[in-house]
Design a protein. Structure first.
Length: 149
């Protein structure tokens, strides 16, 4: 897992429209890079809506927002449209971004063990360093967790 003070791993992936996205394109800006398990599930929808509803406050604090899950571009397009999300989502189908940030891990649910995305948010400063890692994301108040750091 990436820790605070380390340089964030650069990555190249695609957003919901198939447009290339890299970490380096956010140089000079603060970035909320949030990893979530799956589009259109209760917790992930709650988290995305909280970030959407507080997007202006996040921008006023100098943050860009970028979500990451292993869902497809089409799934992200539907999720963005349905929830009116004002930020981009990375379609990390090959799990390369998840792996680079160490969030693709073994999980347990109802006695079953499987691999999946551990909900984690990385706050990255203007120079590309990890400013803060939020491991215990509160999906209902995630923007508040980010802004009250």
């Amino acid at each position: 897992m990436i820790t605070e003070g380390q340089p964030a791993p650069d990555f190249q992936s695609k957003d919901e429209n198939g447009k290339p996205v890299t970490l380096s394109e956010f140089r000079g800006k603060k970035l909320v890079l949030y990893f979530y398990p799956k589009d259109n599930t209760p917790g992930c929808t709650m988290e995305a809506k909280n970030l959407r509803d507080n997007y202006k406050a996040l921008q006023q604090a100098g943050y860009e927002v970028l979500g990451v899950s292993t869902d497809s571009e089409k799934s992200h397009q539907r999720f963005i449209e349905k929830q009116c999300l004002p930020f981009r989502l990375i379609a990390d189908e090959d799990k390369s971004v998840n792996n680079a940030f160490g969030v693709w891990q073994e999980k347990k649910n109802f006695g079953k063990t499987y691999m999946g995305t551990v909900r984690t948010t990385f706050l990255i400063d203007e120079e590309g360093k990890i400013e803060r890692v939020i491991n215990k994301v509160n999906t209902k108040e995630h923007a508040e967790q980010i802004l009250n750091s």
